[in-house]
Design a protein around this ligand. Sequence first.
Ligand code: NAD
Length: 447
Amino acid sequence: MTDRYQQFSTSGVGRLLVKRLGLPNPEPLRRYKSGEPALTGPALVGGTGRLVDAIGAVLKSAGIEVLTTPAGGDTQKYGGLVFDATGITDPTQLRALYDFFHPVMRSIAPSGRVVVLGTPPESATAPGEIIAQRSLEGFTRSVGKELKRGATAQLVYVQPGAEDKVESTLRFLLSAKSAYVDGQVIRIGTHGGAVTEPENWNAPLAGKVALVTGASRGIGAAIAEVLARDGAHVIALDIPAQGADLAKVANKVGGSTFQLDVTAADAPAKLIEYLKTRHDGVDIVVHNAGITRDKTLANMKEGAWDSVLAVNLTSQLKVNDALLAEGVLREGGRIIGVSSIAGIAGNLGQTNYGTSKAAVIGMVNAYADEYAAKGITINAVAPGFIETQMTAAVPLFIREAGRRMNSMAQGGLPVDVAETIAWYASPASGAVNGNVVRVCGQSLLGA
Ligand code: NAD
């Protein structure tokens, strides 16, 4: 699970060779540490639109210094560049992007953040505005590919009427928590749950109960740790064979364990009973348990197809139905799926896995509106190459390709997926509904 090439490329001689030969240069990414500032420098804010005031207020509340004109000189490094593009209502105005970004593109700090905010094209009516707003995707994704040294770029489409619902998303994107999220398009809407500002932004999940499936190791264990760090009581669930590791995770985070095979016929009923009697309900459900059984379709036995679909999809649909039917998921509830870039791009030898992970995206699409009416949101993450036991087992050549073929030239860490899930889980993220955000360092796969 160690990236030896990254260790080499950051050594003295390695640094020199990487530069001379033009080899991939995986910058060590800045990750969240309690007490450290959100960004490493001030944020330069530009654009003219309906979000300018909201952006200023959020940055102030997050303790980020705001500049509205470039500082001048070559020495200033910006921790972030934030551009309100909602005022661009016609393609003739797109030059504003060039005018704002071009002079400062070389002044972005390592692990700096670029965020462009726009109006969802589907919310615009005039053809000129639809075209101009749609174009922001190409701009932002290209900027993401040009940025160096661990800097990232995202586009946030904010529906008219949701201007006061952007704080949790901006705080996430303009921080080290979004280290491996790059080139993403996020939608903030008026159709979701309530947006409740937490009393303490360092413990937004205080008083919440979170269920994490597949929590005994890898990404699931990291999700348990991050949700507990944010104040939730975590129920760590895994199969009985993983009981010892599961107990270690739960002990570490002061949580509870629940041993269950989510594919068992009576699993939804057992889970409901447990959540009702032991925790009086649940607030956050993270469907992280997942398996692979790789073979090309021609060589795949039916059991490999069935088991992957059962763990990665059908068990989750049954649990969701039971949670909703029994009223066990509380008001303001969160359901979070774990898809994969294999569910977006497809992958050789993974027809079963790709089907199940694309279906997780379908699950988000299918239920976002229905759940919103109940004050519940449903979103998913789609991880790319994450350093876990699952990817350590991938053959060397494919593993190296997965690690390097993204804008960060490195794999992500389980904590990167966990931070994204914690952002969805926040009570302040009620307007973040129906999203699928890739945690893939802007992988070239499925881009
Ligand atoms: P992992 O294999 O390390 O962990 C998966 C966990 O799920 C294990 O603890 C396992 O015991 C548990 N599990 C499996 N079947 C179960 C069942 N029937 N009931 C209850 N628990 C069960 O995998 P990981 O790499 O940590 O992946 C976590 C999730 O992220 C999976 O859904 C995976 O598909 C997804 N993902 C991972 C990557 C990656 O690069 N590692 C990339 C994309 C998506």
